[in-house]
Design a protein around this ligand. Structure first.
Ligand SMILES: Nc1nc2c(ncn2[C@@H]2O[C@H](COP(=O)(O)OP(=O)(O)OP(=O)(O)O)[C@@H](O)[C@H]2O)c(=O)[nH]1
Length: 280
C-alpha cells in the first residue's frame, strides 16, 4: 500500500468519525482532537516512509497507541478505568522511546557526515598529491618535462633565456658511489639552481638534464658554473651549460635544441678543463 493510500484511509476514517460524532453532539474541543490526530497520523506516515528503522516505527506506534487511548477516553466516558489509567504512561513511554531513537539516528548521521568529511579531505589531499606528481619530479621536487612544455606554451616571452644543464661524469659517480649518492648529486644540483634562481622556473627534463628559464642574462658564465660545480666536485661531477635567448617564434623543441647544442659545445670544452680543475 502506498503512503497516499494510507493518507486517504486516515482522512476518510476521520471524516466518518466526525460524521458519527455529530449525531452524538460532541463539543468543539473533541473535533479539534480528531483533526489533530489526523494531522499527527499523516505526519507519522510521512516519517515512516523516510525513516525505515523498525525500532523507530515501534516507538512511534507505542506513542500513537497512547494518543488514541487519550482521544478515546474523552469520547467514551464510560471507558474501562484501566484504559483511563494506561493512556498517559503509554504515551510517555512512547515519547521517551522516540527521543532515544531520534538521538541514535542523529548520532549515526553525524558519524556518517564526519566520515564523509574525512573521505572528502583525503580525496582532496590525494588529488593535490597527484597533481603535484603530474607536474613535478619526485626526486628533486623541480618541475618535470611535462610542466616545461605546458609552461612554455602558456608564457609570453619578452626577454627570456633558456639554460640547458647536463652533469658531466655523472654515470661514473653513479657507478663509483652508488645510486643513492647519484640521487643526492641530483638533489644537490637542484637545490643550487633553486637557491641561485628562487624566482625562476627550474625543470628536470630527465636523467641528469635540467633546464632553467629566466629573464636574467648570466654575464659571467664561469662564476655561475663555479657556483654550481662547488657542491658536486667532491663526487668528481661538474656541470655543462648551454644558453639560448628565446625568440618570439621559437617553439619549445626548437629552443631546447639550440640550448642543448650550446651545452654540447661547453661539454666538449669542459671535459679537459674539468680534469685540470680536479687536479688543482
Ligand atoms: N642515481 C640516479 N641516476 C640516474 C637517474 N636518472 C638517470 N640516471 C643515470 O644517469 C646516467 C646518465 O648518463 P650520462 O648522461 O651518460 O652520464 P655522464 O657520465 O654525465 O655522461 P656525459 O653527459 O656524457 O658527461 C645514467 O647512468 C642513468 O642510469 C636518477 O634518477 N638517479
Amino acid at each position: 500500500m502506498s503512503k497516499w493510500h494510507l493518507h486517504t484511509l486516515v482522512w476518510l476514517s476521520l471524516l466518518i468519525a466526525i460524521f458519527l460524532s455529530v449525531q452524538q453532539k460532541v463539543n468543539w474541543a473533541q473535533y479539534e482532537e480528531i483533526i489533530w490526530f489526523g494531522i499527527y497520523l499523516s505526519f507519522f506516515i510521512e516519517i515512516c516512509a523516510c525513516v525505515k528503522k523498525p525500532f523507530f516505527i515501534f516507538s512511534f506506534s507505542v506513542f500513537s497507541f497512547g494518543l488514541i487511548l487519550d482521544i478515546l477516553d474523552s469520547f467514551l466516558l464510560d471507558m474501562s478505568p484501566l484504559f483511563n489509567l494506561l493512556d498517559t504512561p503509554i504515551k510517555h513511554v512512547g515519547l521517551i522511546l522516540l527521543c532515544y531513537c531520534l538521538l541514535k539516528i542523529a548520532k549515526s548521521r553525524l558519524n556518517k557526515i564526519k566520515q564523509l568529511h574525512s573521505e572528502i579531505n583525503q580525496r582532496i589531499k590525494l588529488e593535490k598529491e597527484l597533481r603535484f606528481l603530474a607536474y613535478h619530479d619526485e626526486l628533486t621536487g623541480l618541475f618535470n618535462r611535462r610542466a616545461f612544455f605546458e609552461h612554455y606554451e602558456l608564457k609570453q616571452f619578452n626577454q627570456a633565456f633558456l639554460y640547458y644543464f647536463d652533469l658531466n661524469n655523472f654515470k661514473h659517480a653513479n657507478d663509483k658511489y652508488g645510486h643513492n649518492i647519484g640521487d643526492e648529486i641530483l638533489v644537490l644540483f637542484s637545490s643550487s639552481l633553486n637557491t641561485l634562481y628562487p624566482n625562476d622556473s627550474a625543470y628536470r627534463l630527465g636523467g641528469d638534464e635540467f633546464v632553467l628559464i629566466t629573464d636574467i642574462a648570466i654575464e659571467d658564465m664561469s662564476v655561475f658554473k663555479t657556483l654550481l660545480d662547488k657542491p658536486l666536485l667532491k663526487y668528481m661531477v661538474s656541470v655543462s651549460v648551454g644558453c639560448h635567448q628565446i625568440q618570439e617564434d621559437d617553439d619549445p623543441d626548437h629552443a631546447l635544441h639550440l640550448a642543448d647544442q650550446h651545452m654540447y659545445l661547453d661539454k666538449e670544452e669542459h671535459r679537459n678543463s674539468f680534469i685540470v680543475k680536479l687536479l688543482d
